[in-house]
Write a protein that binds this ligand. Structure first.
Ligand SMILES: CC(C)(COP(=O)(O)OP(=O)(O)OC[C@H]1O[C@@H](n2cnc3c(N)ncnc32)[C@H](O)[C@@H]1OP(=O)(O)O)[C@@H](O)C(=O)NCCC(=O)NCCS
Length: 167
């Protein structure tokens, strides 16, 4: 199955492959260039060195293959926002769900987070399915303005809270 690990400087080409094709439909206007991928990895490594830590970004691996990324960002009051992206040719294997479960466990046990939230575009039901399978619950919607050439819509919002015995 999958494992999570910290990003390394050599991951830029894999990150570029992840942020391409259908995987960027709801998040970017275009696939990442090699330069953007290098900047992305450099930025993630810089955040990993920051204290207090505000952002976490894990490579999702299947053996030696980096198939995706799962990340969360501290929004204050021990709340963090989670997101994930899988390379298009690896979809449908349960990887995002398993990666998100592992990231949630890490956030609650190693990062001082007690609540994680996430949101997705209404035309991206697979993302909502991942959240539900990982134990998130729907909490509502949030209006989001026009972006990436799409009209503004209500994104669906979810959250999961740390259990008392989960420390
Ligand atoms: C969303 C995404 C992360 C899912 O990754 P994945 O590894 O394929 O996810 P999983 O295999 O763990 O689970 C996907 C679930 O969505 C379901 N699904 C897929 N397409 C669907 C659709 N059009 N409608 C409803 N459910 C759908 C699958 O059937 C599966 O559910 P199941 O196990 O109950 O059958 C992946 O498609 C992706 O990277 N998309 C682009 C980036 C993105 O949208 N990130 C989220 C931003 S909010």
């Amino acid at each position: 199955m999958i494992e999570l690990r910290d990003l390394t400087p050599g991951d830029a080409p894999a990150v570029q492959r992840i942020y391409s094709g259908a995987s960027v439909t709801f998040t970017r206007t275009h696939g990442m260039t090699a330069e953007e991928a290098a900047d992305y990895v450099e930025n993630a490594l810089a955040h990993a060195r920051t204290t207090p830590r505000e952002r976490w970004c894990f490579a999702i691996t299947v053996g030696d293959d980096v198939v995706g990324l799962v990340k969360f960002r501290n929004r204050g009051h021990r709340h963090a926002a989670a997101s994930y992206i899988l390379r298009e040719n690896t979809w449908g294997n349960g990887y995002a769900t398993e990666a998100l479960k592992q990231a949630v466990g890490y956030a609650f046990t190693h990062a001082g987070i007690i609540r994680l939230s996430a949101k997705h575009h209404p035309d991206n039901p697979a993302s909502g399915r991942v959240l539900i399978k990982a134990g998130f619950i729907r909490t509502g919607t949030v209006p989001t303005g026009p972006a990436l050439g799409r009209p503004g819509v209500d994104f669906l919002v979810y959250e999961i809270r740390r259990r008392d015995n989960q420390t």
